[in-house]
Design a protein around this ligand. Structure first.
Ligand code: ADP
Length: 408
């Protein structure tokens, strides 16, 4: 039997998101989420998607750790006839946030890979330990199965040094591995490729600015399918205004807060990552709520929106300059896919650059990738729903591919 299924795991510190896909056609067979692992109120929500989909099932009981979580997931999948022991399972693909400079490609996980991901913990203290726990647990459950790490940073490793280096003392930077890595790479890779497809071109033929606007947000400049610049840096804090992250600030804000505000490094970390961005500006980080408040005349929400758009526009202009020629600007993720006013405001006034949206096309609600600029526009503006799980599954499957041999 040919093994064509890939299980995609995205392990957080207290959660595991998963999808099982069939790579013959990319169909989703099941998906789910385990959250609040280690707490009394853990929850597993599993949705079977075969045969038109079934009712979601929930387990509301304490789930002590990732091992118990994955065993519970395996149980739910087995209930649908999709168990992890099935010979049809080709591989498990793991989202790994930080691959540093070293991992430029999806990689089959072995001890050396685990060691390297562990070595990167100082630059990704929140994410890499959780990703590692997920990998180790899955490996213990199916030691014979190929497990592949797909890195959020990999797509950005093609950035030239002029973009990836900070202008700080080289020795200090190298000693502490300080450079711009970029994140959301799986999404930027998928969306830039899909945008080329939408234009009826090969990725090599087009230059695209991708705006991934979710709760976390990042922009990238992709020249001929190759990433040449992205807005997140050493960590996901740099760049655009996000749901709860500040994005760019003068670095002096940090030592000013230490010296004058008597705040510790950890306190400032929390301030800039969790209490800034839209939530810091107006108390809400959900764009729907912010738009509702603006419609009611709320000035605080209006200013938060304006700051968000101002930054976005600056990045569009900067990446236009980096690329020289732009064929498309693609909006993706929760805000980018759904918030028409954000898309409209982000390109308004940029007609001279060939950028504009058609009001009617922009307001259409759809889950499909689509172009929202008028036909005459020099630059296509597109909405391209991202699909990180499909991209992880594809990259995983491309690597371990035809596994007939293993099951022969
Ligand atoms: P992440 O994966 O980073 O958590 P998502 O890509 O799912 O984020 O985006 C979540 C955000 O998308 C929400 O915080 C909200 O601001 C925004 N969002 C979701 N749906 C809509 C909508 N219909 N209109 C406007 N914004 C939306």
């Amino acid at each position: 039997m040919t093994a064509t299924r890939v299980l995609v795991l995205n392990s957080g510190s207290s959660s595991v998101k998963y999808q099982l896909l069939d790579m013959r056609d990319g169909a989703r067979l099941a998906q789910g989420l385990v959250e609040r692992i280690g707490e009394e109120t853990s929850r597993l929500k599993h949705t079977p998607l075969t045969g038109g989909g079934g009712e979601s099932r929930e387990q509301n009981r304490p789930i002590a750790d990732h091992e118990e979580a994955l065993k519970a997931v395996a149980g739910e999948l087995a209930h649908d006839g999709l168990g992890l022991d099935s010979p049809e399972l080709a591989a498990i693909g793991h989202r790994v946030v930080h691959g540093g400079k070293f991992f430029t490609q999806p990689t089959v996980i072995d001890d050396a890979v685990l060691k390297e991901v562990e070595r990167l913990i100082p630059v990704a203290p929140l994410h890499n330990p959780a990703n590692l726990t997920g990998i180790r647990t899955a490996m213990a459950l199916r030691p014979d199965l190929p497990q592949v790490a797909v890195f959020d940073t990999a797509f950005h490793t093609t950035m030239p040094e002029s973009a990836s280096r900070y202008a700080i003392d080289v020795k200090t930077a190298d000693e502490h591995r300080i450079r711009r890595y970029g994140f959301h790479g799986t999404s930027h890779a998928y969306v830039s490729r899909r945008t080329a497809e939408l234009l009826g071109k090969e990725p090599e033929e087009v230059n695209v600015i991708v705006l991934h606007l979710g709760n976390g947000a990042s922009a990238s400049a992709v020249r001929g399918g190759v990433c040449v610049e992205t807005s997140m840096g050493l960590t996901p804090l740099e760049g655009l205004v996000m749901g709860t992250r500040s994005g760019d600030v003068d670095p002096a804000v940090i030592f000013h807060l230490m010296r004058v505000g008597n705040m510790s490094a950890d306190e400032i970390d929390v301030l800039l990552n969790k209490k800034s961005g839209l939530i810091g500006l107006c108390g809400d980080n959900d764009m729907r709520e912010i738009r509702r408040r603006i419609d009611e005349g709320d000035q605080e929400a209006r200013l938060a929106f304006d700051i968000y758009i101002h930054r976005l526009k600056k990045y569009i202009g900067a990446y236009y300059a980096v690329l020289g020629r732009v064929d498309a600007v693609a909006f993706t993720a929760g805000v980018g896919e759904n918030a028409a006013p954000v898309r409209e405001a982000a390109v308004s006034g940029l007609e001279e650059l060939g950028l504009t949206v058609d009001g009617e096309l922009n307001s259409v609600r759809s889950d499909e990738a689509r172009i929202i600029s008028p036909e005459y526009a020099r630059v296509a503006v597109a909405v391209v729903p991202t699909d990180e799980e499909l991209e992880i599954a594809r990259q995983t499957y491309a690597l371990v591919g035809d596994s007939d041999r293993r099951h022969a």
